[in-house]
Write a protein that binds this ligand. Sequence first.
Ligand SMILES: Nc1ncnc2c1ncn2[C@@H]1O[C@H](COP(=O)(O)OP(=O)(O)O)[C@@H](O)[C@H]1O
Ligand SMILES: [Mg+2]
Length: 309
Amino acid sequence: MRDSDSANPERRPRGRRRFDDDEPHFLKRGRPNGPAPTDDGPDPETDDTWSTWDDALHGPQPHPHWLVTELAAKDTELGVLKTGKEADVHLVRRGLPGTDRSCLLAAKRYRDPRHRLFHRDAGYLEGRRVRRSREMRAMTGRTMFGRQMIAGQWAAAEFAALSRLWEIGQRYGTVTVPYPVQLRGTELMLEFLGDAEEGRAAPRLAELRPSPTELRGLWGQLVDALVVLARAGYAHGDLSPYNLLVCADRLALIDLPQVVDVVVNPQGREFLARDVRIVATWFAARGLPADVVDPTALTDMLCREAGLA
Ligand SMILES: Nc1ncnc2c1ncn2[C@@H]1O[C@H](COP(=O)(O)OP(=O)(O)O)[C@@H](O)[C@H]1O
Ligand SMILES: [Mg+2]
């Protein structure tokens, strides 16, 4: 894929499916891309490792009550939620041995830079400020160091966007994202959204066939969330029914590494318009009436909310 393909938000790269997605492999057993190594390594008996909480960057305060932050906690790999081109998402249980205190986490691990093809590397980097020019040159030249930096940058960018949106969601309640638990290199750990008993991830919007009433409710939630994003100066940048999970009737936004600063990015308006168009197409195809789904009006409104002329 040429960089210019992904630099242009109006054109999807050829050969990719219409929505950003790969086949789901829910809870495939096995560890093709195991946990980030720790000094102690996994316990050979149980395959557990010490919780990586202590040497990670933590999510926003106050930490949710369900989160296990004790240093004596252990992380257990439960399987793969999804493998993708750019990252793999694993299910991890963090629990305090000898107690019933535990929580489920989704560990999103950005791929080894040699083995991934990140379609979001080009256009989205515009307007992202990297102060040190050595790093900027390394990223542009795609040296090994540059690629590693890019992978870490995507994880850091997703962590920062989720942290900001989670805080806004706590205050105003109009946007739902998984709580960003921690960031460590190219690994991001998130609140697991789904059925904790079964370890089953919440369905993606794309997999659902909502009733007309449910469809209207979900559209309303989406519009509210997009307004919050626009007011914060963001476009999702890869919005699709695959990057929206429905958990306990709440529509949650996920997969935000390429979040776009619409004020700084010269193509901010186009990114907003494309996000809207992709989700509006899905809602219209599911039967939401045209007077409710008006992509042009919604894009205009979001541009106004973001302060774009
Ligand atoms: N916090 C989460 N809770 C539950 N499942 C998740 C979570 N984050 C991601 N997933 C699952 O992993 C899939 C891929 O995650 P995503 O962030 O969209 O990465 P990508 O599309 O880049 O591979 C999602 O479609 C969803 O099924
Ligand atoms: Mg995704």
